[in-house]
Write a protein that binds this ligand. Structure first.
Ligand code: NAI
Ligand code: CS2
Length: 495
């Protein structure tokens, strides 16, 4: 079977979407850092739609700072790949052409730097996962203790972290007098503001004039991005081969729903992603709050409680009446009281929509994938609404149960608590030390764990009553199981 590429586009099976515009007439005006599954299923398709509509002539170059190699996936395919949308038993395959070139910075650091420094690049978007920003989750400040930041401070080129790499790019752009807009598309609240802090602080430390230039010439709009795109599985590649008739190593699979709300703060011609439904607004924060504290909060709570119940995916979780009802009540009885009123995103219908999206049986989003990097996700999804409620004197037994779920999930990855699975998070060395110090007592583990200030923040980390409640939930989940613990909590709340 042929590999997908410009030359094999005519052989694609009937019914498969493909670029209807002339790719060779586009120019590379955008760049993206972190061409993972999500970018290919979201921003790259908005760019494709704008090209298709003839509203914009800018295509993009995609660059990965870390594995997996994007060159291995897309270089031989001329940047083309299939994005498959799945809803129940319906599928819709479309070959996307908006990525014209790809580069791995680990292999070709200089080529990646020159591509991103080219004055023709107006906008650099990025999805590097929450941890890629190297910030302290509780405060948003640059984490100077991160090993990659410490290493980057020692060298002027070849920097590996996102802030370090961008500082190198911006040094070159300063020399070329080429202002640019940097758009974070990761699930972090105030992602633009956090990106600005980490890049500016690192620049200040290595080159003070650069920090001044950044402040005058670089914009950092925040964005709210949404489409559920689980990691691609081997069976997805096989299905796409059957549907398209070509081999494609860059397949991505997502749901049909998509949303993109972008702060209107560009210093170069604004992208025409609005033709594909993206909204440019003055303030993105309320949209982010709703998305992260409703959809993402449900996903996170369900991932931990679902894994602890022996379930595999968020679909399996929402099919379980107790778990579904828990997620529903956590938002409607607790988080909703501290959510803003956003036109078109009222909490009750948005919650209903979120649960119906999670009920799509064709989306196999595993609990362990969502559970990954909890230290980077918990703050915006669960802790912030919990703190907001505390500030108003409101108890939050359900949000605390979800936090206890996270603690129990991490504990159970450790030999002292059964080594039931492998958890992935940069805090695993701390988890391991805490488990050893707890001598197999889950309550002790939880109390030591929630004292971690860079995640829980000063107030929660010093709150002994909070620690006792989390310890009680985590102990219940580990000793008595999810059913009994949730049942008791929900009965106690009248839910
Ligand atoms: P993925 O695993 O397919 O891709 C991750 C990308 O980030 C890769 O290109 C990798 O090279 C890069 N990366 C990872 N760690 C990095 C680091 N420390 N520094 C620089 N680059 C790094 O993941 P996927 O699905 O593309 O998701 C990425 C992010 O996109 C998520 O963490 C989230 O913030 C955001 N997102 C994802 C959604 C989804 O449903 N998959 C939906 C909404 C947002
Ligand atoms: C998920 C998100 O992996 C996760 O943490 O909760 O990636 C989620 O699928 C997206 O935010 C949906 O837009």
């Amino acid at each position: 079977m042929n590999r997908l590429a410009d030359g094999t586009l005519p052989s694609l099976a009937k019914g498969v979407g493909r670029p209807g515009y002339d790719r060779s007439r586009t120019r590379i005006g955008f760049a993206h850092i972190g061409v993972g599954a999500f970018h290919r299923c979201h921003q790259a398709e908005y760019i494709e739609d704008a090209l298709e509509a003839g509203a914009d002539d800018r295509a993009e170059i995609g660059i990965n700072l870390r594995l997996p190699s994007i060159e291995d996936q897309l270089a031989q395919q001329d940047g083309l790949y299939t994005r498959l949308l799945v809803e129940g038993d319906k599928t819709e395959a479309r070959v996307i052409g908006s990525i014209r070139k790809v580069l791995d910075a680990e292999r070709s650091h200089r080529a990646a730097l020159s591509a991103l420094s080219h004055p023709g690049i107006d906008v650099i978007t990025m999805t590097v996962t929450e941890k890629g920003y190297c910030h302290v989750p509780a405060t948003g400040a640059l984490d100077w203790q991160r090993p990659e930041i410490e290493a980057d401070l020692q060298q002027a080129t070849g920097r590996q972290s996102l802030p370090g790499f961008l500082a190198e790019v911006l040094t070159r752009r300063m020399t070329a007098n080429a202002p640019v807009t940097l758009v974070s598309c990761d699930n972090i609240p105030g992602n633009g503001a956090i990106l600005k802090v980490v890049v500016s602080d690192l620049a200040e430390a290595v080159d003070r004039p650069l920090a001044g230039w950044i402040s005058d010439n670089v914009r950092f709009p925040s964005t709210m991005v949404d489409r559920i795109v689980p990691a691609t599985q081997a069976e997805d590649l096989k299905l796409v081969e059957q549907l398209t008739g070509v081999v494609d190593k860059g397949v991505v699979v997502g749901e049909t729903f998509r949303q993109w709300v972008i702060e209107d703060d560009f210093n170069r011609p604004r992208p025409r992603w609005d033709v594909a439904g993206a909204e440019f607004v003055r303030d993105v924060e309320p949209y982010e709050f709703i998305k992260m504290r409703v959809l993402n909060a449900c996903q996170t709570a369900l991932s931990y409680l679902g894994a602890l119940s022996g379930l595999a995916t968020s679909y399996d979780d929402v099919c379980d009446p107790l778990l579904r009802s828990f997620a529903e009540r956590m938002i409607s009885d607790e988080s909703s009281a501290v959510l803003p009123d956003v036109p078109g995103m009222q909490v009750a219908p948005y919650l209903k929509l979120s649960l119906s999206r999670l009920s799509n049986p064709a989306i196999r989003h595993t609990n362990h994938q969502i559970a990954t990097d909890g230290s980077q996700k918990i703050n915006q999804r669960l802790l912030q609404p919990l703190r907001d409620r505390m500030a108003r004197g409101m108890p939050s037994p359900l949000l605390e149960t979800a936090v206890g779920g996270w603690v129990a999930y991490l504990a159970k990855s450790q030999p002292a608590f059964g080594a039931t699975w492998q958890a992935n998070d940069q805090i695993m060395p701390f988890v391991a030390d805490t488990a050893r110090a707890s001598s197999g007592d889950i309550g002790t583990f939880a109390r030591l764990f929630v004292a971690k200030r860079d995640i829980f923040g000063e107030a929660l980390a010093n709150d002994h009553a909070f620690a006792d409640r989390i310890a009680a939930v985590a102990s219940g989940l580990v000793r008595d199981g999810v059913r009994k613990t949730l049942g008791a909590t929900m009965a106690g709340t009248g839910a």
